[in-house]
Ligand binder design. Structure first.
Ligand SMILES: Nc1ncnc2c1ncn2[C@@H]1O[C@H](COP(=O)(O)OP(=O)(O)O)[C@@H](O)[C@H]1O
Ligand SMILES: [Mg+2]
Length: 246
């Protein structure tokens, strides 16, 4: 187990968005979070690395990363250890290469050979290298949506995260780009822990080891992917899965 939440509640002003969430995430596994729109999936992801605070959210309860209370970890360090990728890729308005070296330079790396090694290594891991190797000086904003999403993931890897949070990363992508991201995630889980929000149940089935079903700010059910899809214990999970299938 790498992450554990203990009675996690989140408030926006007086609005109680998450209610006593108790879940665990296993290391080197992919966990998919599913549930109706507005149930708190994004809020939950944002609370795991405290980005929620940037949006004015307040949390109660505890979150542990490797048994360490995240409130005891300097926030920038925490956000490196638990990286987040949003639905719409946010590439920096620089070259592909500069996107990849931005964080390492920020953290003090000055050796250009080392910077290059890092950039190429993670572009390869993200399955983007072959497509962009001749265009590393091209503006990253000129890449296709699917390539930008893979670049953002590659860039997130340059700060050595342990956990990667992905919020509906494929919702704007076509089948081919979605397949690319999925195979990349299956590769990445060997070295990272992955938590992905998806509204695509077929995607959860294809790549997730565990599934969390949320409704109205609470976790209804969590289990192995096959168990959740084939024999959910809670009628609400069953209803949602049946509804989404049709
Ligand atoms: N910054 C915010 N301020 C106030 N309410 C918010 C904010 N962000 C989200 N919410 C509310 O929190 C609830 C959960 O939203 P969200 O976590 O985005 O759900 P999901 O990702 O499951 O669609 C929604 O009712 C939404 O309106
Ligand atoms: Mg959301």
């Amino acid at each position: 187990m790498i992450i554990r939440t203990e009675d996690l509640s989140v408030y926006y002003g007086y609005k109680n968005i998450l209610k006593d969430v108790n879940v665990t995430f296993e290391k080197n596994k992919i966990t998919a979070i599913i549930g109706p729109s507005g149930c708190g999936k994004t809020t939950f992801l944002k609370s795991l690395n405290r980005t929620i605070e940037e949006y004015g959210g307040k949390t109660e309860g505890n979150i542990y990363l490797n048994n360490e209370d995240i409130m005891n970890i300097p926030v920038q360090k925490l956000r490196n250890r638990i990286g987040m990728v949003f639905q719409t890729p946010v590439v920096f308005p620089f070259s592909i290469y500069k996107n990849m070296t931005y964080a390492p330079i920020y953290y003090g790396e000055r050796n250009s050979q080392k910077l290059k090694e890092t950039a190429l290594k993670y572009l390869k891991i993200a399955g983007l290298y072959e497509e962009v190797k001749g265009d590393l000086d091209m503006q990253a904003t000129k890449l296709s949506g699917g390539q930008q999403q893979r670049l953002v993931i590659a860039r997130c890897l340059t700060v050595n995260p342990e956990v990667i949070l992905l919020d509906e990363p494929c919702s704007a992508l076509d089948i081919k780009n979605t397949a690319n991201i999925e195979s990349m995630l299956l590769e990445l889980k060997k070295d990272y822990t992955i938590i992905i929000v998806t509204h695509n149940l077929a995607q959860a089935k294809r790549i997730a080891d565990y599934v969390i079903y949320m409704e109205d700010g609470t976790v209804v059910e969590m289990g192995k992917t096959d168990d959740i899809f084939d024999c959910p214990l809670d009628s609400r999970t069953k209803e949602y899965i049946t509804y989404m299938k049709n």
